[in-house]
Write a protein that binds this ligand. Structure first.
Ligand code: MOS
Length: 728
């Protein structure tokens, strides 16, 4: 089904099941241990052997020699793979991930050996006996130092540069000017479930249970790496303990378990340790961001420039698109955004929740706070004054499908008691605490992806949904059950959703916040088709009404079970998004409000309360959507106050590579949080009129925290995270 015109009234509008705050349908399975994650397929992987990845202990250089004799002789060891005996692998795909292909070490934690044994403990013990001699070379590990050699990244997801008007002239002529530079550190996804895989071969067919967000990307990567026909590969990822972007591509666990299992003719499973994840897989790269904003005395932005520098490996590197949101958020005639990529010999950088915007807004939204202060203007009003109904780079020909930024700001200000804020910093004391309020705006584009689904209505009137879509903890199982139930006039309890298997129709997967809307629209498309088949079988015309497990037309009514009959009825369809939705700028918007207190003696920062107001299309399930926002707020607090993967600049690794040393917020760090969704339906987004919310939830949060810290203390820190040593 091609989505090529604004969505008109359709069965999803009834909002009988859609829009209900239902509990997760997979919740009981998860809390009772019956939801199996990729490492837990015991019956499907009988007699599995255990793999242990050995990571490089230098940041750059060569393997000069490798001695595996002691490891091979260790108890229980079945196989030790190194570059000397690993099979040649392919790399004819962006998602390919060949392992152990030579002596060159590109980054710390790169696989240099893989040990397989009868037990996990034996594999781990033997891995310690693998002796590797390295010829280390000097590496480039410092973004600030490499910044001057940075170049324009290859055009792709991140645009190297955009311009409108004449920034230099507009900025020079502006009566009020701001020129500030912010830095953000490397960050780790820190999802709960590690990267893990269980590989099971039957003849020349591989079933790979692996923790992954987008199965057709995983399948493409594994098939290309193993140089096997795609139809011989099945990838299964039914339950996933979080991803945040770290599971968009495959890593050593997937490839090495498959290679070893093929060689040993026996299932092999491997889970990366938390320490391995930090350096073997991926991270959000550090950024340096310069912002220049020129405005008139009334706060109207005339000129705005956002330049960002980040680093990645020399070949195949991607830039953090930290200036991306600055193309979208505020008005202004003269504009410039620029991304530059430096070569660093650190582990490969990658997408992490709202890649680009999450850290771009940490800079932009604090710069707006600085500008408001220069102007003597309220920061909420400054943002409202610079609202724009269209893409400000492209002009009125590219209108927003919907944009409720102003409403989010006003509603949030009213609910939060923004009026009570003292605009002069460091004025409000409560005992030993300084108290401050901060605000930030949020924007996150709403991409859409083609997505398929298959429905089967059985003779008992039960409906099964099958799609490759994944649930990374976001609630896909639940919202897809809601969409299917709504469309066929069923109770949610009559719907079974099956996800995460390449045997099902290809789907959007979970990435870029497109999952819920796109895969929901895929289920919508299949449901429309099934409705047509049911109506035709019943002898009804297009006016058939689906309600309470029946289909009726005029005076006649049949149960779905009757119509489906013994054999049942099936329908498969795909939603495709062509050029239509690209005619509109599509994004979710929000506003964050934060109150902090800062200890006058120790500079300890505590968050007192937070409010997020969001407008992001139809909310399919307010409970799971709210959870996305609470998670985003929590992660935003982490980005503002604690998260930093510290680079050891001598050896080129992230040194605080576990959750004891890489600080993320815990319950005691999280205050009272409120989330409000504004009513919105986006008929340009998809037939189900929803939008993404997962990444919008983190966008801007950290800046609201930082602005509150400034309001409390009068100290402006432009170097994230805002640790207390920087405040004193
Ligand atoms: Mo997202 S960073 O595409 O999981």
């Amino acid at each position: 089904m091609d989505f090529n015109a604004p969505a008109t009234a359709n069965p999803s509008d009834r909002m009988r099941v859609i829009g209900q705050p239902l509990d997760r349908v997979d919740g009981p399975l998860k809390v009772s241990g019956r939801a199996h994650y990729s490492y837990e397929y015991h019956e499907e992987a009988p007699n599995a052997a255990y793999g242990w990845l050995v990571g490089a202990e230098i940041g750059k250089g060569k393997i000069a020699g490798i001695d595996t004799a002691a490891a091979e002789a260790a108890p229980g060891v079945l196989l030790v793979l190194t570059h000397r005996n690993a099979p040649a692998q392919g790399k004819d795909s962006d998602y390919a991930a060949p392992q152990l292909q030579g002596t060159e070490v590109l980054h710390h934690g790169q696989a240099v050996a893989f040990v397989v044994a009868e037990s996990l403990e034996q594999a781990r013990a033997a891995a310690r006996l693998v002796k590797v001699d390295y010829a280390a070379e000097p590496g480039r590990y410092d973004l600030a130092q490499e910044r001057s050699r940075a170049v324009a990244p290859e055009p792709g997801m991140v645009k190297p540069e955009t311009r409108a008007g004449d920034f230099d002239a507009g900025f020079a002529a502006a009566p009020v000017q701001l020129d500030v530079t912010y830095t953000t550190p490397d960050q780790s996804h820190a999802m709960m479930e590690p990267h893990a895989s269980t590989a099971v071969w039957e003849g020349d067919e591989l079933t790979l249970y692996t923790s992954h967000q987008i199965l057709h990307w995983a399948a493409e990567g594994v098939a290309a790496t193993l140089q096997m026909p795609p139809e011989k590969l099945r990838v299964v990822s039914r339950y996933i303990g979080g991803g945040f972007g770290s599971k968009l591509v495959v890593y050593g666990d997937a490839v090495l378990s498959a290679l070893a299992a093929r060689q040993l003719r026996r299932p092999v499973k491997v889970a990366l340790t938390r320490q391995q994840i930090f350096n073997h897989t991926t991270h959000r790269p550090a950024t340096i961001q310069r912002l220049r904003i020129g405005a008139d005395a009334e706060g109207r932005i005339a000129a705005i420039a956002h330049e960002s520098w980040s680093g990645d490996q020399e070949s195949g590197g991607t830039a953090e698109g930290a200036a991306s949101q600055t193309r979208l958020l505020y008005a202004g005639k003269d504009r410039l955004t620029r991304h530059r990529l430096a070569t660093l010999d650190l582990p490969f950088a990658g997408a992490m929740r709202a890649p680009g915007e999450a850290v771009g807004l940490l800079a932009l939204e604090c710069a707006m706070d600085e500008l408001a202060e220069k102007l003597g203007m309220d920061p909420v009003e400054l943002r409202i004054r610079n609202d724009v109904a269209y893409n400000p780079e492209e002009g009125p020909s590219k209108p927003y499908s919907t944009r409720k930024l102003v409403e989010c700001l006003r509603e949030g200000a009213r609910r939060f008691g923004w009026d009570a804020r003292n605009p002069r910093p460091a004025q409000v004391r409560d005992g030993r605490w300084l108290v401050g309020l901060g605000v930030a705006a949020a924007v996150r584009p709403n991409p859409v992806m083609d997505s398929g689904a298959r429905l089967h209505l059985d003779g008992q009137g039960r409906l099964t949904v099958e799609t490759q879509m994944t649930d990374i903890g976001t609630g896909s199982y639940t919202i897809l059950a809601q969409v299917a139930a709504e469309m066929l006039g069923l109770e949610v309890g009559a719907v079974t959703v099956k996800l995460g298997d390449t045997r099902f129709p290809q789907a959007s997967g979970s990435g870029g916040s497109w999952g819920a809307n796109s895969s929901g629209a895929g289920v919508y498309a299949a449901a429309m088709k099934l409705r047509g088949i049911v109506a035709q079988r019943a002898g009804f015309n297009d006016e058939a009404v689906f309600e309470d497990g029946t289909v009726r037309s005029g005076q006649r009514s049949l149960t779905l079970a009757e119509v489906a009959g013994e054999a049942g009825l099936s329908a498969e369809a795909e939603i495709t998004f062509g050029d239509f939705s690209k005619q509109y700028e599509q994004a979710g918007f929000g506003a964050h409000f934060c109150e902090v207190r800062v200890d006058v003696e120790t500079a300890e920062i505590r968050i007192r309360r937070m409010l997020s107001v969001a407008a992001a299309g139809r909310v399919l399930n307010p409970k799971t959507a709210r959870s996305q926002c609470l998670g985003g707020m929590t992660m935003g607090i982490g980005a503002a106050l604690m998260e930093e993967a510290v680079v050891d600049k001598r050896h080129g690794l992230f040194i605080n590579h576990d959750l004891a040393e890489y600080q993320v917020p815990v319950h005691a760090d999280i205050p009272h949080m409120d989330v409000v969704f504004l009513e919105e339906e986006d008929d340009k987004s998809s037939p189900i009129k929803a939008k993404g919310i997962g990444e919008l939830g983190i966008c801007g949060v950290g800046a609201a925290v930082a602005n509150a810290v400034y309001n409390a203390t009068g100290v402006r820190i432009r170097d994230y995270p805002l640790t207390l040593d920087k405040l004193l």
